[in-house]
Design a protein around this ligand. Structure first.
Ligand code: HEM
Length: 185
């Protein structure tokens, strides 16, 4: 099973970048298009952080009850109407990683209500989380979202709510890249 992916910034690709901004920390080199491909060990790292590498992984914080709610509402990537996307790479601070697992869970859900907030936006927003903290990458996570154009404001609202949470006070680097599908079919 392939679980490691390369996010390649290039001159052409499946997704065209419509905006790119750094919210916290250092910016990323600007790209015009993005492709997501299965990772090959010969992918070469250009200056400016691209390509970014991330792996699909197991869940860390989700309870059985939460998982059942999420699964009953969520839809998968690749829906034909979902022609808008966002790639949001994030890194959390040393203070976050110094916490214990139960302390991180309490901040993530009991204090910040991350999955409860997220649930309000399903099934409009489809998502995939990639982990990269242990891959010697510049970020800890690559987060990927797909939605239909009419749900763009919905997605903006989700971001506003999450960024006001205690969890986000531990985010030290965050870049937001908005995209639209360049190739149809
Ligand atoms: C679309 C609605 C969303 C839902 C339903 C959702 C749900 C979740 C859930 C259940 C987890 C925990 C996974 C685990 O157990 O390990 C998670 C993790 C995460 N989500 Fe979301 N999320 C949503 C939106 C977002 C957005 C918009 C962002 C970024 C701006 C984001 C960033 C993250 C990150 C970085 C993690 C990993 C946190 C960590 O392990 O420290 N999520 N999300």
């Amino acid at each position: 099973v392939i679980n490691r992916f390369a996010f390649i910034g290039a001159e052409a690709g499946t997704w065209r970048v419509t905006s790119q901004k750094a919210l916290s920390g250092e910016a990323l080199d600007e790209i015009s298009h993005l492709d997501i491909v299965a990772f090959q060990s010969d992918v070469s790292r250009a200056p400016g952080n691209w390509p970014l590498i991330g792996a699909k992984s197991n869940l860390r914080y989700t309870t059985r009850t939460e998982l059942n709610s999420l699964r009953s509402r969520q839809e998968g990537l690749g829906r034909p109407q979902a022609t808008r996307a966002a790639l949001i790479p994030l890194r959390k601070s040393a203070a976050w990683w110094d916490l214990s697992q139960d302390e991180r869970r309490a901040i993530f859900e009991e204090q910040s209500h991350h999955s409860a907030i997220g649930l309000d936006y399903l099934p409009a927003i489809a998502r995939q989380l990639y982990h990269c903290r242990d891959l010697d990458e510049p970020f800890d996570f690559l987060t990927w979202f797909e939605f239909a154009p009419e749900h763009t404001r919905h997605f903006d609202n989700l971001l506003e709510r999450l960024r006001r949470t205690r969890e986000w006070s531990f985010v030290e680097r965050e870049v937001e890249i908005r995209l639209e599908r360049a190739i149809h079919g």
